[in-house]
Design a protein around this ligand. Structure first.
Ligand code: FE2
Length: 307
């Protein structure tokens, strides 16, 4: 089984616009040959990789980390189902295996530690009848520089949500957390202690990339980061709001190629031994409890890779 989500790679027409977007988003950039890599502060692995193809944006690959025994188990399950192991798509990659999922998406799994995240003390807040913060201002500093902490999850389009879900559960070793009715969407977590979802699938006529999501430390930080993207001309997509599935606060922005990047805060977390009962949600309830700009915009579920 895979133990953690590591990176998303996209093929894009022009690295420069990618550099502007993800650095404004709050990530650190590293340059390679015909590619750029981005990491949140203090992360020791690439979380977003952009590969210059000169063609319209297209999903390139997704990478997970695991340990040596689980990698061997995975190889066995892939072999028994006739899934071929492939050569790496470019040089200088870490050891690991490459294969394609049922939709043809390229997947890498390599040996690596699950990246831990530094614990942060939450802001002290006052609630009705409980004033924990006294004689002190609660408003964060006006010069706050919001930084995403980590790449938490991503969603891919698929023409067959149940088939993709089954492959990632039966072969890759993930668990189903929740789904949205009528084959519209499914949300998967890793088999150990995990965020509610690290990978999800959303129905569309063809495969493609929907969004990548990054953790923030508060709703204030999320919205000040959103203001920074807006101030630099990037396009708001949906939010702020709160999802039903996963419970996280969200704010989505369009990347320069009509994919999306999301800031999230306060996502549900499930432990390995807890008997979580996956629930079927409706489109309305699963997508959001509330959002400042109302229901998702008409193109929220549009797969621009199909056009
Ligand atoms: Fe998300």
């Amino acid at each position: 089984m895979v133990q953690s989500l590591q990176r998303l790679a996209l093929g894009i027409p022009d690295l420069q616009v990618g550099a502007e977007f993800y650095t404004t988003f709050g990530m650190n950039m590293y340059e390679g040959k015909d590619m750029l890599a981005f990491r949140c502060d203090n992360r020791k692995h690439d979380e977003i990789v952009l590969i210059e193809t000169g063609q319209s944006r297209k999903f390139h690959h997704i990478a997970f980390a695991t340990d040596a025994p689980d990698l061997e188990d995975l190889k066995g399950r892939l072999g028994s189902r006739g899934v071929q192991l492939l050569d790496p798509p470019y040089e200088d990659q870490e050891d690991g295996i490459w294969f394609r999922d049922p939709d043809g998406n390229l997947v890498n799994v390599h040996i690596g530690p699950a990246a831990s995240i530094e614990a942060e003390t939450p802001p002290v807040i006052n609630t009705p009848g409980i004033t924990k913060r006294v004689n002190e201002r609660g408003c964060p500093p006006f010069d706050m520089n919001p930084r995403p902490r980590r790449f938490g999850h991503m969603i891919l389009f698929t023409p067959d949500v149940p088939a993709q879900t089954k492959f990632y559960i039966d072969v890759v070793g993930m668990k189903l957390s929740d789904w949205i009715a009528d084959g519209y969407a499914a949300f998967l977590r890793t088999a150990g202690d995990s965020d509610h979802h690290v990978l999800g699938f959303l129905n569309a006529s063809t495969p493609g990339f929907h969004h990548a999501s990054f953790e923030m430390s508060s709703i204030d930080e999320t919205e000040i980061a959103a203001k920074r993207l807006l101030g630099n001309g990037f396009k708001h997509a949906w939010g702020p709001g709160r999802h039903g599935v996963g419970s996280n606060y969200f704010h989505y922005f369009r990347d320069p190629w009509n994919g999306m990047a999301e800031y999230f805060f306060d996502i549900d977390y499930l432990t390995e031994d807890f008997d979580w009962e996956p629930t079927e949600w409706t489109k309305q309830s699963g997508m959001f409890l509330w959002a400042a700009d109302g229901p998702p915009p008409p193109d929220f579920g549009t797969n621009y890779e199909a056009e």
